[in-house]
Design a protein around this ligand. Structure first.
Ligand code: DGI
Ligand code: FE
Ligand code: FE
Length: 191
């Protein structure tokens, strides 16, 4: 599927504000993919579709999580986490995207996971640092993405997310902690 076709499909699913965010993620994901040697076309496609399910009713998402036997723990955590795995499912079903690497980058764009691929890290980080994001710490992560390597920047982004959630007394989804532990543990081995 080409870029224009994909953007047209996504535009119908999300608000104008979220569409502008999506364009920012696309631009950033392409830049990161080029810089760090990920597949640029896959990064572009995953970025275009990453928030596809963001505005689906919670009930519909919960039903899909149960019926498709996704991680049942999702249902006891914040519904903000649901649009990522549900998005991967719906993007295959409704937009016909079959590439497993692209679907995994969508599936894990909110929580991350252990053993994140280069492509998954690119999309995760692009979502965090796209130009429309304005929150404390984002400039530091942007600079790290420029200078310190992909993995160092992803670690900082996960760390900030955990801090942010803890400050709000929100529970942390286990995959989010697992992502942090895994990346910190493997820091020396990967680049
Ligand atoms: O969809 P976006 O807003 O572009 O970004 P996202 O997919 O990274 O979702 C961010 C939201 O997900 C944000 O409100 C925080 C929430 N979130 C991320 N990780 C966790 C989480 N919420 C909980 N409760 N636990 C997590 O581990
Ligand atoms: Fe998202
Ligand atoms: Fe997003």
């Amino acid at each position: 599927m080409d870029r224009e076709q994909a953007l047209k499909i996504v535009k119908e699913q999300i608000t104008d504000h979220r569409y502008v965010h999506t364009l920012g993620v696309v631009e950033t994901a392409v830049w990161l993919a080029e810089k760090y040697g990920a597949d640029v076309k896959k990064a572009e496609l995953a970025a275009i579709f990453h928030d596809y399910a963001k505005f689906r009713p919670k009930q519909e998402m919960a039903k899909i999580i149960k019926e498709q036997q996704m991680d049942p723990r999702l249902l006891s955590f914040h519904s903000e986490l649901w649009h990522a795995p549900v998005g991967a499912y719906l993007v295959r079903k409704e937009a016909g995207i079959e590439d497993e690497e692209v679907l995994d980058a969508i599936r894990f764009h909110t929580s991350g996971r252990t053993g994140m691929t280069l492509l998954e890290q690119v999309v995760y980080l692009a979502d965090y640092i796209e130009p429309g994001r304005h929150f404390p710490g984002v400039d530091e992560v942007r600079q790290m993405a420029e200078e310190d390597g992909l993995q160092a920047a992803v670690i900082q982004a996960v760390k900030n997310t955990i801090h942010f959630l803890m400050k709000k007394n929100q529970p942390i989804f286990p995959d989010t902690f697992d992502t942090y532990n895994d990346l910190v543990t493997n820091k020396e081995e990967q680049h």
